[in-house]
Write a protein that binds this ligand. Structure first.
Ligand code: NAG
Length: 411
């Protein structure tokens, strides 16, 4: 194992001092090279420091298939079968004051690249509020505990090593602890006062010590204020030309309260011209192009403190079928340790003759559903952790047509 100690801090700007090795290649968890697959690994900007303007990077003694882009620091190339094995070479940085070089070691293997498994956004959204597809906002000075599933990486069996780094492959901030056994990130965010600060974290899985086979990333945004859309995803189901979303403006929360206009410095959406955004609600504006079946709209909001939050609206056009649900079922709140009761309105359905079934998932041990009164009831066990439980409502009409709607119960 190579030393993870960073010997010098990176100094920005032009310098007259000689470049030195600052952050060794093999401390950066470089990607494993794979036969017949293009290799692409960007060397950390802090690998050498100080470096002056116009610094150029080069390799010596590297396998012929591998080259480095002298300005972007990307190591690239495609190895062939007879390149399998270990390569030792040197990487150098040269600026007007001189040159520094470091040792590098790289593995080339036959195995195809591993795939990814369970989606990062949906994993995070199960327990956290999101301010972007993979961004978790956490208040300044707050404790946090973020866990990933072993299914984050497909075919996990062969990859028993997990690492985590910051963006640019540098070590994690000191306030963040990674536990490889649980794929958990815990800690307490710094006490920031100014504008939001974002920390990207890369979670790496590998079959080879100190290297990357696959990685995913997410971002922790630390700010004294929390701006989120809750829920983070919305549906616009268009049957024929009709359909609308819930009021998206009412799903934007600043510090836990629905954001008022004076909190928001910007709300931007880009919609195709056949969708209208009207005071928080998306709806079809007629003339849906026949080629369109699905599309996605991103909504971006910024508050007066500089926090940003985004949400997506997934548009599904269903031209033939008349759906059975008139609108989305939003998340339903339940309190841990308390009685819970919720009745679906008959007006949720587009027809009077529907019969309804429910798939309660992990809530089935404590929650019951009465299909006659369309009521959910039960006592939320005290031992449960705050989370979002996915539930599915299935409606069928007497003409044998079935439709379903997914939602969450938020604890
Ligand atoms: C972070 O993840 C996204 C989505 O998978 C990917 O496109 C991006 O390249 C990743 N960035 C880094 C620095 O790993």
């Amino acid at each position: 194992m190579w030393s993870l100690i960073v010997v010098a801090c990176s100094i920005l700007g032009p310098s007259l001092a000689l470049p030195e090795v600052s952050y060794p290649f093999n401390s950066q968890f470089p990607t494993v090279a794979r036969v017949d697959n293009p290799y692409d690994f960007q060397l950390a900007p802090s690998s050498f420091a100080p470096v002056g303007d116009g610094v150029k990077y080069a390799l010596s003694g590297a396998p012929v298939w591998l080259s480095i882009d002298s300005t972007t620091r990307r190591l690239q190339g495609t190895p062939k079968v007879n390149d399998v094995g270990v390569s030792m070479f040197r990487i150098s940085a040269t600026d007007s004051s001189g040159t520094a070089s470091m040792d590098a070691m790289l593995f080339t293997v036959m195995d195809p690249p591993p795939g990814l498994g369970e989606d990062v956004s949906s994993q995070l959204a199960k327990t956290e509020k999101l301010s972007g597809p993979r961004t978790v906002p956490i208040r300044s000075g707050a404790q946090f505990d973020i866990k990933f599933s072993r299914n984050t990486f497909a075919d996990d069996g062969s990859r028993k090593r997990y690492y985590a780094t910051s963006k640019d492959r540098t070590p994690l901030p000191t306030w963040l602890k990674f536990t490889p056994e649980t794929l958990g990130f815990t800690g307490r965010t710094p006490d920031t006062t100014g504008p939001p600060q974002e920390f990207m974290i890369i979670l790496i899985a590998s079959e080879i010590d100190g290297f990357e086979a696959a990685s995913v990333n997410f971002t922790i945004a630390v700010s004294p204020h929390e701006l989120v859309f809750d829920p983070w995803e919305n549906n616009l189901r268009l049957r024929g030309e009709s359909g609308s979303t819930r009021n998206i403006k009412n799903t934007l929360f600043l510090d836990g309260k629905v954001a008022v206009n004076s909190d928001i410095s910007r709300l931007s959406v880009e919609t195709p011209d056949w969708i209208k955004f009207d005071d928080g609600v998306f709806r079809a504006a007629g003339g849906i192009p026949s080629s369109i079946q699905e599309t996605t709209i991103n909504v971006l909001a910024e508050d007066r403190f500089g926090n940003r939050a985004s949400c997506v609206v997934r548009v599904k056009v269903d031209k033939d079928k008349l759906g059975l649900f008139r609108n989305d079922i939003g998340p339903i709140d339940a309190t841990i340790g308390e009685e819970f009761r919720y009745t679906f309105a008959q007006s949720l359905f587009t027809r009077p003759d529907v019969s309804v079934e429910i798939v309660l998932g992990s809530a089935s041990s404590w929650l019951q559903f009465d299909p006659r009164t369309l009521t959910l009831h039960g006592k939320v066990p005290t031992g449960l952790e705050p989370s979002k439980i996915p539930v599915k409502l299935i409606a069928s009409s007497s003409s044998n047509f079935e439709d379903e709607e997914k939602f969450h119960i938020s604890l």
